[in-house]
Design a protein around this ligand. Sequence first.
Ligand code: FAD
Length: 396
Amino acid sequence: MDFTLTPDQQAFRERVRSWLEANVPAEWTSLGSTEVPRADAYELIRRWQRRLFEGGFIGLTWPRQYGGQGLTFVEEMILHEELALQKAPPILNILGVGMAGPTIIAYGTEEQKQRYPAKILSCEEIWCQGYSEPNAGSDLAALQTRAVKDGDHWVVNGQKVWTSLAHVADWMMLLARTDPDAPRHKGLTYFLLDMHAQGVTVKPLKQLTGDAEFNEVFFDNVRVPERHVLGEVGNGWAVGLTTLMYERLALGFGLQVRLRIALESLVEMGRRVEKTGRAVTRDPLLRQKLAQLWIDTEALKYTGARAITKLLRGELPGPEASAGKMGWVETHQRLQELAMEIEGPYSQLMRGSDRAIDGGVWQYGFLRSRANSIEGGTTEIQKNIIGERVLGLPKG
Ligand SMILES: Cc1cc2nc3c(=O)[nH]c(=O)nc-3n(C[C@H](O)[C@H](O)[C@H](O)COP(=O)(O)OP(=O)(O)OC[C@H]3O[C@@H](n4cnc5c(N)ncnc54)[C@H](O)[C@@H]3O)c2cc1C
């Protein structure tokens, strides 16, 4: 990839920088760094996303007629770099912006493309992803949620699980089985499901962190209009994989930026914490660990740039996105573990304790990071993808 910016791209960087300097919410700094929307910050980051939308700094690569800016992935990369520099908050509608919107733009009817993407960007409508089920996670094609045709509607029955943000979502990207007699991958259809429809029940699941950011979702005779099918009936596997491809792209792209934000905050925290009368960051072994994290974060940035080069050439990101996801997981978990090491005995103090360092945000980050190697496809599954599709090894 050529990293030299054109005069227009340079002007874009300056415009983003000055806009962010004036607009990153001051309240955010007190909440500290995190890579995902935290329940206590939902309202703040909803307003933040709305502000980004009004400023024209979200959906940069989406076509203008669907609410985007019609720019390239170079501008998107510049924006993400500047967001990292300013330690900006994440957005609330991450699954909508990262997955639902691009999939609707790729497969939607003109009516669907006019209806949904702009409201995703403005955060007027929050999206969740209804893929995993109690007996279908890594083996997604085993999913059992059924949709049966009834006139000009489909009637949905079944259950999803681990559905992030379902408790605040307006819409779901739903994969359901429409033809139980077809081979597993062929009998699926992708629906846009209204979370406020009759028969949808959301039950929060509490996580290790104490927050309930994901849920069980039950469907009891939920009627979905025919026009809410995305792509063709029976084409759900192809549409669903497009969403997953965007998920891994978003993970590799957006999260390496949040990793840099977390690393800067960690160095800054290390400078404040003292051990035997001097700043922890004076310890040579700890400095090496911090330097290694910086090296790995930079490597992830350039791996992400490779994916962008492919996109600029009009190609789709391939299985190498799995390497980006794995690299991010390993680096981020190591970073959070180092935060606990830096805090020493203070690492036992959580949110709510007067003496917790930075209000306990690092404890939250450490506990939350354990989920990274499961969400978006487990590390074992990413290794299978790399083994089979990058290295050409026989199927496991
Ligand atoms: C924080 C979080 C948020 C999530 N959000 C969502 C969401 O919004 N929407 C959604 O649909 N899902 C979501 N998920 C679910 C996630 O995608 C699944 O948990 C994941 O795909 C694994 O599926 P599973 O939990 O059923 O585990 P399983 O598939 O049962 O796997 C159990 C273990 O077996 C291993 N394993 C399974 N198959 C193989 C294999 N072939 N080779 C080697 N090892 C294997 C796995 O790596 C894992 O260690 C979320 C999960 C988490 C943790």
